[in-house]
Design a binder for this molecule. Structure first.
Ligand code: 5GP
Ligand code: ZN
Length: 114
């Protein structure tokens, strides 16, 4: 999708600081980090939000979850702890309509979020 910023990052049309990549997913540092470690993990396939996850496309979701601990280990936050956040829709403040998992860590995180 030409008008999707994360599809363009997948296609390397927009540069990003990649921390992990394979055939179906990409992880890269958030451009405006909200914690010392803040990466985004995305399916390469354009899925707009959680609302569009189906039985047919959900295999990549399992793969993202299986890979996140490896990414956390690589970034040095696996043992200290980290938070995974997905914003979906207007009230959650989803700004980019390509499904993405925020992985946040490197400091103590407050709960609940605002
Ligand atoms: P959302 O609010 O949709 O859950 O999160 C979108 C995230 O994407 C934000 O944390 C924002 O900083 C990040 N972001 C937006 N545009 C870019 C970009 O061009 N490059 C990178 N690396 N992150 C981006
Ligand atoms: Zn996209």
């Amino acid at each position: 999708m030409d008008d999707c910023i994360f599809c363009r990052i997948v296609d390397k049309q927009i540069p990003s600081r990649i921390v992990y990549e394979d055939d179906s997913i990409l992880a890269f540092h958030d451009i405006d980090p909200k914690a010392p470690v803040h990466v985004l993990v995305i399916p390469k396939q354009h899925i707009p939000s959680i609302n569009e996850v189906t039985q047919e496309n959900s295999q990549v979701i399992a793969h993202i979850f299986a890979t996140m601990p490896k990414i956390a280990q690589q970034l040095g936050i696996k043992d200290s702890g980290y938070r995974v956040v997905v914003n979906c829709g207007k009230d959650a403040g989803q700004a980019v309509n390509h499904l993405h998992y925020h992985v946040l860590g490197g400091r103590s995180l407050t709960w609940p979020p605002g």
